[in-house]
Ligand binder design. Sequence first.
Ligand SMILES: Cc1ncc(COP(=O)(O)O)c(C=O)c1O
Length: 386
Amino acid sequence: MSSSEHGFGTRAVHAGWQPEEKTGAVMPPIYMTSTYVQDAPGRPRQGFEYSRTQNITRFALQDALAELEEGAAGFTFTSGMAAIHTLLLTLKPGDRIVAGDDLYGGTYRLFTQIAQRFGLIFDFIDTSNPESFRELPADTRLLYLETPSNPLLKLVPLQQAIDAAHAVGAEVAVDNTFATPALQRPLTLGADYVIHSTTKYIAGHSDVVGGALIVRDEGLKEDLWFHQNSAGTINSPFDAFLTLRGLRTLALRMERHCANALRVAEAMEAHPKVAKVIYPGLKSHPQHALMQQQMAAGGGMVCLEVDGGEEEARTVVQHLKVFALAESLGGVESLVELPAPMTHASIPAETRRKIGIADGLVRLSVGIEDADDLIADLNGALHRMC
Ligand SMILES: Cc1ncc(COP(=O)(O)O)c(C=O)c1O
């Protein structure tokens, strides 16, 4: 059992579940049932009616995430996109959303190709620049932030952003996928919603797709529960179980991801064929001081630009042996990708270039392998460049 006095590592291991009364099971059983028996019409025997509405395995994961993010309640979904989509369903046509201009490509696509059709209005701003928050439109309903951002690893000055949004009566949602609650807890700074693609660090083993929304305030709980249940965007009991299993080692994994990422970033910064390294944990990152202020460490993601641009970048990623060339991130194994033709292909090329996503940008998800092996792998692949 964990309490708020315990450290994050202890809470990650125990959050959301106490050994079950009937059997003493230390992990929640996977309740694979779609429905529950009723003693009379409208009188479910144990208060459980239907699995979209109530499922103990999902509840255990939801409670664990709420506890770790220090929120009032958690909700879990089939994917990170389903979590974001469900949040948008709480809005109405004409509502204005101000969002960061450097976002996961799928989020950008959902905003610009689907949500706009239903009458939501989007403004994209540079949320790494504190000046941007001075002029938030007075009718802003939601400020939508990603920090560190995907892929450019820009940070949002969270306290300033949250205060500015609240000053105009807007709510604030923070996609905390890259940092995880091990490194940063936006709800404790006043954000209203935290979002996760639990597919990434939360589950941590690249074996399950999922998403989560955690709310700060009891008042938002009912509304989110209503939308999750009505839209039916819930995750399955098996996926909830796998995600909770991964979550138990989050603290341990993040320590190693961060330590390895720093070593990789330092080695790449010293490499003669690497033109640019982006990592918030490096002193050369323009927001390194902000990272130290609002994050416990720089995270597990590193971006590079190699000399020669896209062609050379393609050569490098195809010669890596320990890093697998694949989309996604946050698993125990190291992954590499080029955002422009892969995860961020749904953002128009012109927009990508405008916000600084070079065609040859290389994104590394640094895993928990031995850092020496990862650096040797990168050095070997860089050696293949002309
Ligand atoms: C920051 C961020 N948010 C949301 C998502 C979407 O999550 P999912 O792929 O689980 O739908 C991703 C996916 O890569 C992501 O990187």
